[in-house]
Design a protein around this ligand. Structure first.
Ligand code: HEC
Ligand code: HEC
Ligand code: HEC
Ligand code: HEC
Ligand code: HEC
Length: 453
């Protein structure tokens, strides 16, 4: 028998036994900081993630506070089910109004929470059943034994298994208390070709959001090189207050966004009036783009045309730094995202007011086979009429803000959000959508497409 000794907290108790190893206790295992000793890289990646930030995000706190007030508390634990799931289950919070006082180990979506999920009992609003034990579930069926915890394989935590999408998806899919299917990332994925086993092995959330690398999974005796997985899990949200790993999160978002959308611009400069046609297609997201909190996101297309003297002869979607997109007086604006309405048909922004959703997202393909009767053409096109001046140069790009400045202004006006947060919202430009057309190349479309007239 291997003799194992561990140091238990302040007591410096040597738990040496010749039998079963003496693992860390429940309090220690619930604390992400306890994982850092052996899983430092996982800890660093997670510490800057939106999962770690989920219960600290000032916009979340502001929106939850306003929701509790405006519904006289009827919102209850709705938001913290997903944003502070461990704290809720430990009884450390009921409505999220005391999150500032909740101990650090229970903030956000923790290591312990994900790694002790035993079953997923639904498709939305975080119906996750925890095991109640201290066994860390993961994707390895041959984990190297260690003194901190027992380990075990679970298909819910193996990105090569379709089940793993249930774990992620059931939180990334929201049905509001009044029954509106507001955020639908999981549903969108299930309807996409990425989930269709008849086409190819499924590509799960983890396949795209947890890149693998060859490394050791723990700094510990007896481990060997194998596939380990990135825990940064970026989307478009960023920390808005000082937080670990802000630069690496930002860089990862820019990299992922840079290849998400395919764009093509065609300029018919010989016609009168001259016309510009823009085509967009979701190229890499395994669900719609944008996805999730699309009612809060602001994504749009910017098109600018210049004449012979480089003067602007047409523009759409040109938003200044700090200017809300919704403030543009732009009849041609191509905005991508959901709009939400109350029962009276007025546009609203808060979860608890929403009665219906009008969706306009770049959907993921459901199959690449055009002969398939189910085939859906998911590309979208818009036309811009330029006027009489012949364009000498036309530029375009797709941009996104994680949250609309108009939404933040609303939360600032109600006294729920610190105005300083507003300046922290980045505006991303999607790399592959930055295109410039000029007549010199003699091409109508950039990039060229031979199937095009
Ligand atoms: C004393 C060192 C140590 C500590 C502390 C520790 N682990 Fe581990 N953990 C390991 C070792 C060693 C492995 C096995 C790695 C391998 O097989 O390559 C492992 C494996 C895992 C696995 C994979 C299990 C599987 O079967 O796929 C998970 C998940 C995990 N640990 C989570 C955690 C979490 C969460 C914490 C903090 C609460 C933690 N660990 C703390 C050493 C540790
Ligand atoms: C949102 C859920 C989630 C959170 C939070 C999370 N993990 Fe994981 N983790 C996973 C998934 C899923 C895998 C399995 C990847 C695979 O094998 O396909 C994984 C794998 C692991 C592994 C096995 C090695 C590897 O990279 O595959 C370790 C160790 C681990 N996580 C440690 C941690 C630690 C430590 C934390 C907190 C600092 C943490 N995890 C937070 C979901 C999570
Ligand atoms: C307990 C619920 C829960 C689970 C399980 C969960 N997430 Fe999340 N996830 C969240 C919440 C809440 C946020 C947003 C936090 C914020 O921005 O304030 C988030 C954020 C994210 C983001 C960043 C979104 C953005 O727009 O920036 C990605 C990507 C992500 N999760 C992927 C995953 C993947 C992949 C898994 C499975 C391995 C997973 N999540 C499991 C609740 C969950
Ligand atoms: C085929 C690859 C792929 C799959 C599969 C996939 N995603 Fe994504 N996901 C992306 C890309 C690409 C983006 C856009 C890049 C970015 O936002 O950084 C994205 C963005 C996101 C975002 C940010 C929200 C936004 O507005 O775009 C969330 C949250 C997310 N994914 C969650 C999930 C979940 C949950 C699953 C599984 C149900 C999943 N993803 C499956 C590729 C994928
Ligand atoms: C079913 C799980 C779930 C519930 C319930 C939930 N959220 Fe979230 N929330 C998420 C996920 C997942 C994200 C990650 C971003 C995405 O999907 O685009 C997120 C992101 C956010 C964000 C940051 C991104 C943005 O653009 O808005 C805020 C703010 C937020 N949620 C507020 C709330 C509030 C307030 C409530 C309650 C009224 C709530 N959430 C309820 C899962 C949930």
């Amino acid at each position: 028998m291997i003799k194992r000794c561990i140091l238990l907290g302040l007591f410096v108790a040597f738990a040496c036994s010749d039998g079963a190893p003496q693992y860390l206790d429940r309090a220690a295992m619930m604390d992400p900081a306890a994982c850092k000793d052996c899983h430092e890289q996982h800890y660093i990646e997670w510490s800057g993630s939106m999962h770690a930030y989920a219960s600290k995000d000032p916009v979340f706190l502001a929106m939850n506070a306003r929701g509790q007030r405006e519904t006289n508390g009827a919102l209850g634990d709705f938001c913290v089910q997903c944003h502070a799931p461990l704290a809720l289950r430990l009884g450390l919070t009921t409505d999220g109004l005391n999150l500032a006082d909740v101990p650090e180990y229970a903030q956000g979506i923790t290591c312990f929470f994900c790694h002790t999920v035993e079953a997923v009992e639904g498709s939305h609003n975080a119906p996750l059943r925890l095991s109640g034990d201290l066994v860390m579930r993961g994707g390895y069926d041959d984990p190297v034994p260690n003194t901190a915890h027992a380990s075990k394989y679970s298909s819910l935590l193996d990105r090569n298994s379709k089940d793993s999408a249930d774990l992620c998806g059931s939180c990334h899919d929201i049905v509001t208390p009044s029954g509106v299917h507001l955020e639908r990332t999981f549903l969108e994925w299930k309807e996409s070709l990425f989930a269709n086993e008849n086409i190819a092995p499924p590509q799960t959330c983890g396949d795209c959001h947890m890149a693998g690398r060859n490394d050791v999974a723990a700094d510990y005796d007896g481990v060997f090189l194998r596939r380990v997985h990135d825990h940064k899990m970026v989307g478009v949200d960023t920390a808005l207050t000082p937080f670990p790993e802000m630069e690496s999160q930002l860089a990862a978002i820019e990299k992922d966004l840079s290849t998400t959308v395919y764009a093509r611009i065609c300029v018919y400069d010989d016609e009168e009036p001259a016309r510009v046609r823009v085509l967009l297609e979701n190229m890499a997201a395994g669900h719609s783009w944008p996805s999730g909190a699309t009612q809060d996101r602001r994504a749009w297309v910017e098109v600018v045309a210049y004449g012979a003297d480089d003067e602007v002869i047409f523009e759409s979607g040109v938003v200044a730094k700090g200017q809300p997109l919704t403030e543009l007086d732009d009849p041609n604006l191509w905005r991508i995202g959901d709009r939400t309405y109350n029962a009276a048909g007025e546009e609203v922004h808060m979860f608890w007011e929403v009665d219906s959703v009008v969706s306009n997202l770049l959907e993921a393909p459901n199959t690449f086979n055009v002969l398939d009767p189910e085939y859906k053409d998911v590309h979208q096109e818009r036309e811009y009429i330029l006027g009489d001046v012949k364009p000498e140069r036309v530029k375009m790009r797709v941009r996104i803000r994680s949250m609309g400045l108009d939404l933040l202004d609303d939360l600032i006006a109600s006294g729920d959000l610190d105005p300083a947060i507003r300046d922290q919202i980045p505006t991303f430009t999607l790399g592959t959508t930055q295109l410039t057309w000029t007549p010199d190349a003699g091409k109508v479309c950039i990039p060229e497409d031979h199937t095009d007239p």
